[in-house]
Design a binder for this molecule. Structure first.
Ligand code: SF4
Ligand code: SF4
Length: 102
C-alpha cells in the first residue's frame, strides 16, 4: 500500500519543543499512532465474509482489501473510532484495548 511521506512522532519534552506553527511540514504525516488511541479494531478473519462494509464506512479510509478477499487495518493511521466494528454486520471486528506500555 502506498503511503504519503512519513515522519515519526517525537514526544515534546519541554514547552520549547512544541511547534509554533503546523506540527509537520506539508507532505508529511506522523507514521505511527502517537499514543492517544485507546482501542484498536481487530478483524477476526475466520468470521469476516469480505462484504467490505467496514472498508466503505471507515472515515479515515484506513481499511484495505486483501488478496484473500478479506480486510486489514492500517494501524499507522487508524484513530480507533470504532465505526467499523459498529457497522460490521457479522460482528467480525472487535475493539481491543491498546497495550500502551509498548
Ligand atoms: S464489515 Fe465485517 S464482514 Fe464485512 S469486510 Fe468488514 S470485517 Fe469483514
Ligand atoms: S476504528 Fe475507525 S479509523 Fe480505525 S479502521 Fe475502524 S473505522 Fe477506521
Amino acid at each position: 500500500m502506498d503511503k504519503p511521506e512519513l515522519k515519526n512522532f517525537t514526544k515534546p519534552e519541554s514547552i520549547k519543543d512544541y511547534p509554533v506553527g503546523p506540527s509537520f511540514s506539508g507532505g508529511h504525516l506522523v507514521s505511527v499512532n502517537s499514543g492517544w488511541r485507546t482501542f484498536k479494531p481487530v478483524v477476526a478473519l475466520d468470521t469476516c465474509t469480505g462484504c467490505y462494509r467496514c472498508y466503505l464506512v471507515c472515515p479515515d479510509g484506513v481499511i484495505v482489501k486483501t488478496e484473500a478477499g478479506k480486510v486489514a487495518v492500517d494501524y499507522d493511521f487508524c484513530k480507533g473510532c470504532g465505526v467499523c466494528a459498529h457497522e460490521c454486520p457479522f460482528d467480525a471486528i472487535e475493539m481491543v484495548k491498546e497495550d500502551l506500555q509498548k
